[in-house]
Design a protein around this ligand. Structure first.
Ligand SMILES: [Zn+2]
Length: 73
């Protein structure tokens, strides 16, 4: 797999999923974790998108992800 991919974090990671919160899409590390927090696995069940395909309003705004999104286009 070449290039960067982005996906939602795995909802099962939460003890109390809050389904009213809009999904946030993170940029993935090469082994499938969130770039902004390598302890957070991204969901295998999420759609995997190219970072430039992710709508701005659902992009993760933490530094590492934001920088990757900014560099994606
Ligand atoms: Zn993130």
């Amino acid at each position: 797999m070449t290039g960067q991919w982005a996906a939602a974090r795995d909802g099962s990671w939460f003890n109390h999923p809050n389904t009213s919160t809009p999904k946030v899409i993170h940029v993935a590390t090469s082994d499938g974790f969130a770039l902004c927090d390598p302890r957070v696995p991204l969901s295998e069940h999420s759609a995997w998108l190219r970072p430039q395909e992710v709508p701005v309003e659902v992009r993760c705004r933490r530094r590492a992800c934001a920088a990757a999104f900014d560099g994606a286009h």
